[in-house]
Design a binder for this molecule. Structure first.
Ligand code: EPU
Length: 289
């Protein structure tokens, strides 16, 4: 048993019955094979930055993806540069790699926590950038344990979502960036990071934005105007800095987090007639068996 609160940015989550940390692709294949043979359900987890795991934990296994983390330049073609990144590499490391080499395309993703695999699964984005826009192909392991490359254009990406299922593993990705100058890339990254630090409580434990933005408006703005800032249940609080961030003030639990989601979305619905949709993934059991 491994408490998932140790593996989520919110520091919330009951225990997983089985917890696996593959060292490399071969050990991942072995783990996958054994779980399948024993009929044990499993999910892949990166850094747990966009996820709420319920207090009853995970029935089955959690496979943590952090040890596969290599990033390397593959080739150049005209003004483009192609890079291979493992799924467990931190997105921040990939952004830093592109910054140091003067490659453009990921600037808006600076400051987003989590792994590349997690970012691809939820099509992370900010400031008009989305990770799908730089993806060429994905190396995936399917339910049968078969590894293959899939073209990014064959995967249904949408706003903060992808057609990738939780039991499919993203092993790595080929991405395409544009050649630029390190100073120009750094300057853009610096500006985005400054904006983020001003507008988001990035220094407190959270899972980023809790709700998706409804078409044409911002969930944070609606929550703010509905008077939700500072609303608290247990030790979960709607941030005073940005109303679409819920922060863990100490020892928060998932039940209180979900109750707070219900409370504030009801306020927004009453005030504006808009139903908010969760952006974070909610997984696990309410109570352990
Ligand atoms: N606003 C308020 N009060 C708040 C929050 C926002 O009035 O409490 C207003 C702002 O003043 C601004 C507008 O709402 O006029 C939009 O706010 P902001 O620029 O902060 O952007 P957002 O729509 O709230 C989105 C993404 C963020 C991303 C930022 C920057 C979603 C759900 N949120 O936020 O992504 O970092 O744009 O591009 O798409 C995330 O997905 O986890 C996330 C943090």
């Amino acid at each position: 048993m491994e408490p998932m609160s140790n593996h989520t940015s919110l520091r919330i989550g009951g225990a997983a019955e089985i917890f696996a940390l593959p060292r490399d692709l071969d050990s991942l294949k072995n783990i996958h094979l054994n779980l399948k043979k024993s009929n044990i359900p499993y999910i892949a987890l990166g850094s747990g930055t966009n996820i709420l795991i319920r207090d009853g934990g995970i029935a089955g296994a959690v496979v943590l993806f952090r040890s596969l983390k290599k990033i390397e330049t593959l080739r150049e073609e005209d003004e483009f540069i192609f890079i291979h990144t493992d799924a467990g590499a931190l997105l921040a490391k990939l952004v830093r790699f592109s910054q140091e080499h003067g490659f453009s395309g990921l600037e808006g993703l600076a400051g987003i926590p989590g792994t590349v695999g997690g970012a691809i699964c939820g099509n992370s984005g900010a400031f008009g950038y989305e990770i799908k826009d730089v993806l060429v192909a994905l190396e995936m392991m399917d339910r049968e344990g078969i590894v293959s490359w899939r073209r990014a254009e064959d995967i249904a990406f949408g706003y903060r979502k992808s057609g990738i299922r939780p039991e499919e593993f993203i092993l790595g990705a080929e991405i395409r960036l544009k050649k630029d100058h390190a100073e120009a890339v750094s300057k853009r990254i610096g500006e985005f990071l400054r904006t983020k630090r001003e507008r988001q409580p990035i220094w407190e434990p959270s899972a980023g934005c809790v709700f998706k933005n409804p078409p044409g408006t911002s969930a944070g703005k609606l929550l703010d105007e509905a008077g939700c800032k500072g609303a608290t249940i247990g030790e979960v609080e709607v941030s005073e800095v940005h109303a679409n961030f819920f922060v863990n003030k100490g020892n928060a639990n998932a039940l209180d987090f979900i109750r707070l989601m219900e409370l504030v979305s009801l306020r927004v619905e009453k005030r504006f007639g808009i139903l908010l949709e969760a952006e974070i993934k909610i997984l696990g059991r309410e109570i352990a068996d």
